[in-house]
Design a protein. Structure first.
Length: 169
């Protein structure tokens, strides 16, 4: 597997995958940093599109990623991850709502587990899922990173909305 480290406003991010696509995004300075495996190869030219789209996301110029993804997971996890990608930029939904969207109305805990196993945070925006009362709950990179991602999206969404209304923020 090839990997590359990119720098973001939230610290270093590990990107990893193979010819099938991007398989892993990990906040190296978050709650669960990941170390490349012994058979991984550091390749600073790998994942050029992913690195560029990440930079554009953090700059507020990209709201949706357009990358070849190859996350590994069960069919249920993949269904959850697909629904995560449908949550609009700058918005949040609850675990209960996500469970309803995947056809498991009583499965908030199961979707929470699938959400927690998302290997492609930011790209598959699991940070947009919150507790039933709107509170921030678990995030693989840590709650501070989740909070920062949501704030970044809200800030850029509000600026874009102001520009569209002619406010020129």
């Amino acid at each position: 597997m090839d990997y590359r480290i990119v720098v973001s406003p939230l610290g270093k991010i590990l990107l990893a995958g193979d010819e099938e696509g991007l398989q892993l995004v990990n906040f190296q300075e978050g709650a669960k940093p990941m170390h490349p495996g012994g058979d991984w190869v550091q390749n600073e030219t790998a994942f050029e599109q992913a690195a560029a789209q990440m930079a554009a996301y953090f700059d507020g110029r990209r709201q949706v990623f357009d990358l070849r993804l190859a996350p590994e997971g069960t069919p249920f996890y993949r269904r959850v991850w697909e629904q995560l990608q449908a949550i609009p930029y700058g918005e949040t939904i609850t675990y209960g709502e996500l469970a309803r969207r995947v056809g498991k109305p009583n499965g908030a805990r199961a979707v929470g587990l699938a959400n927690g196993r998302n290997p492609l945070p930011v790209v598959i925006p699991c940070h947009r899922v919150v507790g039933a009362d709107g509170s921030l709950t678990g995030y693989g990179g840590g709650l501070e990173i989740k909070r920062a991602l949501l704030e970044l999206e809200r800030r850029h969404r509000d600026v874009k909305a102001g520009e569209q209304m002619g406010m020129g923020w």
